[in-house]
Design a protein around this ligand. Sequence first.
Ligand SMILES: NC(=O)c1ccc[n+]([C@@H]2O[C@H](COP(=O)([O-])OP(=O)(O)OC[C@H]3O[C@@H](n4cnc5c(N)ncnc54)[C@H](O)[C@@H]3O)[C@@H](O)[C@H]2O)c1
Ligand SMILES: N[C@@H](CCC=O)C(=O)O
Length: 505
Amino acid sequence: MFLARQLSSPGRLYCVKCAQCFSSQSFDFKTSVAKNEPMFDYAPKSKEQEALNLAIHKYSKQVTEIPIVVGEEEIKTSEVRYQVCPFDHQKKIAKYYYADSDIIEKAIYVSQEARTAWGKRPLAERAEIFARAADIISTDRRMDLLATTMLGQAKNVVQAEIDTAAELADFYRFNNQFAKEITEYQPICPSETETNTMVYRGMEGFWAAITPFNFTAIGGHLPAAPALMGNVVLWKPSDTAMLSNYTVFKILQEAGLPPGVINFLPADGPLFGNTVTSSSYLSGINFTGSVRTFKTLWKLVAENMDIYRTYPRIIGECGGKNMHFVHSSADAESVINGSIRSAFEYGGQKCSACSRMYVPESLWPKIKDGLIAIQKQVKLGSALEQDTFLSAVIDQKAFHRIKSYIDHAKSCPDETILAGGGCDDRYHYTKLFYEPTIIQTTNPLGEIMQEEIFGPVLTVYVYPDNKCHETAHLAANTSSFGLTAAIFVQDQYVYIPFRFDSRFV
Ligand SMILES: NC(=O)c1ccc[n+]([C@@H]2O[C@H](COP(=O)([O-])OP(=O)(O)OC[C@H]3O[C@@H](n4cnc5c(N)ncnc54)[C@H](O)[C@@H]3O)[C@@H](O)[C@H]2O)c1
Ligand SMILES: N[C@@H](CCC=O)C(=O)O
């Protein structure tokens, strides 16, 4: 048996060759307590950086072939697609195949064949598979996940570590813990001759997991959560996260997930959506992505309501228009650092990225100078370089969407570009970089303050200090996106009323 030091948990030993062995030594569903995965620094010449370099080298030198996986069958079709590296579009990193509607229907059938046996397995046994997957993620496949996410989704090392190692391992471990907690409760028995038991079981049918490009961890999580609870799943990964998502799928297989429980189905989005929502076996959709796609799926389910054997559950995490609301008592330095990180890390391609800011006049000169000074220092470049802060945006569609907002700002009298605004598409779309851009607006209700841009663009509205309450009301009612917000204030007893108008309630 080959023993190696577990990189992520100094001092602990595990067996890197035999995941089962590690798992049976350390995982006990009843007693195990989930802990956050520790993260590495990736300092130059560190052990982890050297391991990562090897993995990046491996995936840069090959075009990984990715089949459709339905049960035990690996399928290739004539609908060939390639995933390219966003900061070097000439570099193909993966070749994959689109499933057609016949293959998707076959996957529904195969999933139903796997359903009963999977659903009958005790929760502790299912959980053990995901615990093992978490251990593989945090140990011997960690660098594969980082490398494929850096190359395929243009995340720098810090962002890739947060996403693929920490968040994904945490999802699997904490899902197990929450599954244990919700199933612990048992109904009371009024007499000794009666036994009341509550059993959670998978739904009759299949779940469709439809996942976004921007988090490998979300790709791995959305099919896994229903599967843990005894369901079978058809997973449609995003085209621009194909390689990292397939790496996650392979890890689930290595961890012992039986064939047919999660089926891996690269496909055209609308074709997949239309096919799964037309199946009478649809029992749920676990979706993360844009509002537009989620609304399309919800409407399709509503239109098909009469065909289903059950009422499909629909879960959707969608877009955001995160705001930073700054009170005059705020610490300017925290505002500057927090806003730069939130707006520009991963090029603002997070649902939680700050994209609008409300700043009181008294603090604006200091905050403005600070934001511009840091904007000048952050490096835009290849995701593989150690000091890169943000890299290319994901694809041409995203590039043009971001460009349309910046072009509008350039011609709109209300909007002034304070920093950035430039882009680099000179090489016929071989790279699509957008500079981190800071815009000041005098129109707090302009489109740029309302719509999700999903790129490195931060717009600031400066308000008179004595209009804090009015501005809070305005901020709460500007956009239909309500995902996240941060309020910067030092006096915790200050009252700032963020009241919603009925328009958005
Ligand atoms: N709230 C959250 O937790 C969260 C997390 C990550 C991303 N997001 C959001 O996701 C979006 C970015 O991700 P994206 O660009 O991949 O989103 P997207 O909506 O374009 O795509 C998401 C997935 O849906 C698929 N799809 C597209 N059209 C479809 C259709 N008609 N039927 C079925 N599937 C279809 C895509 O191929 C992809 O797999 C942003 O809006 C972001 O805010 C939200
Ligand atoms: N975990 C993510 C949320 C995913 C949104 O894209 C974050 O870091 O904010």
